[in-house]
Design a protein around this ligand. Structure first.
Ligand SMILES: Cc1cc2nc3c(=O)[nH]c(=O)nc-3n(C[C@H](O)[C@H](O)[C@H](O)COP(=O)(O)OP(=O)(O)OC[C@H]3O[C@@H](n4cnc5c(N)ncnc54)[C@H](O)[C@@H]3O)c2cc1C
Length: 468
């Protein structure tokens, strides 16, 4: 559907490309199997459309939605996006693909490769992911090896749920909070993919302009954040943990006791439930997202600056205080250096957290765009030097991020290039996607590794340094 906002939207990497809009007409929900708790969708099925169809049929099933529900169930999963129920790892919860290969052949993966009786789809296509032989689905995620035209997705049977938040008063407790999250996540006490956010987002998720809080230039100073946070429902806090637990009321109560107990080791930690907090507070939209109801509320923090656009910087960080601090310190320092507020959301998957830093800038300002691009490049380089890499990035930074995964003399990229050349010998599909260039483009100056991004902003464009 092309809603990959913050990661490049619908833009192709190579000028003159044909953009295939799969969202417009390939928008059928091909099947919802209530017994198997799964569905089979085309690329144009949005989270809202799937949710509404399940409601229309009155099925006791949840979808898992990212923070913004306008995108494609298939597109988000194929980009390995994240949601916030127990089914939040979208690619891990897909089951079966149908793919158009660059040579025009149609491929079904998983159990779909075994024809069902009398020409029907295999009855276990949406039940068992790997089937037989090498598990090939992974190479069609974040890749340019094929166009996925059908995808199976597991749905969660509806259940009881209780969202909550925990506030922490001190900035410097960040590593200690992470160290408490780790065992809770590993033991699967935490029910979903919870988020850890900073108090500045308390201000931003009100949907108000930054200038309502601060009329200076550069990032809002900590004391100003504190002053305004103190007037909001959570008070003068530094970090906020948003979680949700699932099951029957008695088991949820026990889980909340365990979690409250664990975090009580942090001085001043305070758990709050939705009923204690005004209806307009952001926690209430988390209640929706974490129980499978798509929303658009998350877009509110884009009001932070006028004419806002944003770039996501998304490194993978071990759920360990000392690692999280290294990454957080680099990102904080570089945001300050380039004059941006740090709006971090840490999505806890278990042994790792997706640290999502949202650079919000005025897209009418050449200076801000330039600073955002340089900040991105330096964050990619500095975190990689410490051993941390991104899980997903904007198309303009794809070569840079791909270049950080260079172990063994670029063994992984050489492997990807071998697959690319075998499946797409003419190099027609999404050249440059995730840094994978087809043979006819390779080594001809298409890769963006340095200041070409900033140069492009000044109207110089991004193209090959040598002709094809
Ligand atoms: C405020 C805000 C909050 C956000 N929160 C989240 C979040 O919580 N979790 C999250 O994951 N994202 C989040 N995003 C990022 C983004 O909005 C979502 O991931 C969105 O779902 C992506 O758009 P889409 O689903 O339309 O995918 P698309 O843009 O359609 O697809 C993403 C990419 O996958 C590839 N692709 C898509 N379809 C196919 C296909 N059929 N075959 C082969 N390749 C394909 C393309 O390269 C495409 O660029 C957020 C964005 C904003 C602005």
């Amino acid at each position: 559907m092309g809603r990959n906002i913050g990661y490049g939207g619908t833009a192709p990497r190579v000028p003159g490309s044909v953009v295939i809009d799969l969202g417009r007409r390939m928008n059928r929900i091909l099947n919802i199997d209530a017994e198997n708790a799964s569905c089979l969708v085309e690329p144009g099925v949005s989270y809202f459309a799937l949710y509404e169809e399940i409601q229309r049929r009155k099925l006791p099933l949840w979808i898992d939605t990212p923070d913004v529900g306008g995108g494609s169930v298939l597109g988000n999963a194929i980009d390995r996006g994240v949601g916030y129920t127990p089914y939040g790892d979208h690619f891990a919860n897909h089951c079966g693909l149908e793919i158009v290969l660059p040579n025009g052949e149609l491929l079904r993966t998983g159990m779909g490769a075994l024809p069902g009786k009398d020409g029907a789809d295999n009855p276990t296509w949406q039940s068992f992911q790997p089937a037989y032989g090498p598990y090939s689905d992974g190479i069609f995620s974040q890749s340019n090896f094929g166009i996925v035209v059908r995808m199976g997705m597991w749905l969660m049977p509806e259940t009881g749920h209780q969202s909550y938040l925990i506030t922490f008063p001190r900035e410097e407790d960040f590593p200690a909070i992470v160290d408490i999250i780790r065992p809770l996540a590993q033991q699967r006490v935490l029910g979903n993919i919870p988020q850890l956010r900073h108090a500045v987002q308390e201000l931003a998720t009100t949907g108000r302009l930054k200038t309502d809080f601060y009329d200076g230039t550069g990032p809002v100073p900590r004391d100003v954040i504190r002053k305004h946070a103190a007037t909001l429902p959570l008070g003068d806090v530094s970090w906020i943990f948003y979680g949700t637990q699932y099951g029957d009321p008695a088991s949820i109560a026990k889980q909340l006791d365990l979690i409250r107990d664990a975090f009580s080791k942090i001085e001043g930690a305070k758990m709050m439930l939705p009923e204690e907090i005004p209806a307009e507070h952001y926690l209430h939209s988390r209640v929706s997202v974490c129980s499978g109801v798509p929303v658009m509320r998350e877009l509110d923090w884009l009001n932070w600056v006028p004419n806002a656009a944003h770039l996501f910087f998304s490194p993978i960080v071990p759920t360990r205080g000392r690692d999280a601090k290294v990454v957080h310190d680099i990102i904080s320092r570089l945001h300050a250096k380039y004059g941006f507020d740090l709006l971090p959301t840490l999505c806890v998957a278990g042994r790792e957290m997706h640290y999502i830093a949202n650079i919000v800038y005025d897209r009418a300002s050449l200076d801000e765009k330039r600073r955002a691009a340089t900040c991105m490049r330096e964050m990619i380089a500095e975190t990689a030097a410490e051993g941390y890499g991104e899980y997903r990035t904007h198309i303009l930074f794809a070569d840079m991020v791909a270049g950080t995964y260079n172990w063994g003399n670029n063994a992984l990229m050489r492997f990807n290039e071998t697959i690319k050349d075998a499946l797409d010998p003419n190099g027609i599909l999404a050249p440059g996607r995730n840094g994978i260039w087809p043979k006819r483009f390779r080594g001809k100056g298409w890769e963006i590794r340095g200041t070409e991004v900033e140069d492009a902003l000044e109207g110089k464009g991004i193209g090959p340094k040598a002709h094809l």
